[in-house]
Design a binder for this molecule. Structure first.
Ligand code: DP6
Length: 324
């Protein structure tokens, strides 16, 4: 103990989405999900347990944080303290290399980096499966950011059986996510609240659970067969199903705005021109375009011509957790 440990975790974007929990305290999802970890966006977190501290202190992007984020972080560290049998509070310094825009999943990289840095700083030596279980307790999608490339989070039934594992860490397919950021404002409905509302009120929730299992099997085939088109079609279909739950909740809500739909239309137009481009959206209005490197220019130009204010970032498959 008493040493500072720094870990780096990359964000991931789900191709088969997680949208609902069967156990909210342990964060056990209703469905398994599958994601791609990205190279471009990541979080670096340093943790140091210090007997002199009277409470945990958190610095996020060089700013001291006192609000809900500190409470969430402290609750997470309580789990680590319990596992390690220590009492000391921690100093946590976290830097997000993720645009602070909605829907870019900084909680995934954030809790994955925190799980890795805090467990090691507390003297624990967890394997990647147990790190994934721990990260899951902070944020479900964080369980997948322990691994690189294509990763599946097995829903499981309880704390021991719900964890992520790699499907293909060194991605062989030519695949990238072209992120189009049009709206950087924070989301109005957090994913935690949104997914519980969808479970509780959408009449299609059971259908989602059944369909998502079918999509997952097909997605694994697409990855094994290096079939980019099948992967893209499935990912877009699965994302639209997830968002349909929100449209059919009572009261209905959506993360989409007008530009989300405009970009979805543009992607369809591109496909009619023979460009393979597919969309996925998370708990925010911004669209990630699943595409291949040869089409980067043509897709970026189409976006810039239609949405001059859009910020376009290109991310490729990225690695799992590392210690710096
Ligand atoms: C739409 O992992 O942020 O990005 O477990 O409540 O912290 P909590 O939720 P979170 O939800 C992510 C939802 C999603 C889809 C996905 O990443 O699978």
């Amino acid at each position: 103990m008493n040493k500072a440990v720094t870990a780096r975790a990359h964000t991931n974007i789900a191709l088969i989405k997680y949208w609902g929990k069967k156990n909210s305290e342990l964060i056990i999802p209703t469905t398994s999900s599958l994601s791609l970890t990205l190279d471009k966006f990541y979080t670096d977190t340093t943790v140091f347990f210090d007997d002199q501290l009277e409470q945990d202190e958190l610095f996020l992007n060089n700013t001291m944080i006192k609000n809900k984020a500190l409470t969430k972080t402290s609750e997470f560290l309580d789990l680590v303290r319990q596992m390690a049998g220590i009492k000391a509070y921690a100093n946590i310094t976290s830097v997000n290399h993720v645009p602070t825009a909605a829907g870019l999943a900084s909680s995934a990289s954030g809790f994955a980096a925190l799980a890795a840095a805090s467990s090691k700083a507390a003297g624990l030596d967890l394997n990647r499966k147990d790190l994934s279980r721990l990260a899951r307790r902070g944020s479900g999608s964080a369980s997948r950011s322990i691994f690189g490339g294509f990763t599946e989070w097995i829903a499981g039934e309880d704390d021991l059986t719900s964890y992520a594992h790699p499907i293909q860490e060194n991605v062989t397919m030519d695949i990238q996510m072209l992120t189009v950021v049009l709206d950087g404002s924070p989301k109005k409905i957090g994913s935690r609240q949104g997914m519980q509302h969808a479970i509780a009120t959408s009449p299609f929730y059971d259908t989602w659970v059944a369909e998502s299992a079918v999509d997952l099997v097909a997605m694994k085939h697409a990855i094994t067969n290096n079939d980019f088109q099948a992967l893209g079609e499935l990912a877009e279909h699965n994302a639209l199903q997830m968002h349909s739950l929100n449209f059919t909740a009572k009261p209905a809500f959506t993360y989409f705005n007008g530009d989300t739909l405009n970009i979805l239309n543009l992607i369809q137009d591109l496909r009619h021109q023979g460009i393979q481009a597919y969309a996925t959206m998370d708990a925010g209005p911004n669209v990630k375009i699943i595409s291949q490197s040869a089409d980067t220019q043509i897709i970026s130009n189409a976006i810039k011509n239609n949405f001059p204010s859009a910020l376009v970032e290109i991310a490729k498959p990225g690695p799992g957790i590392s210690y710096l």
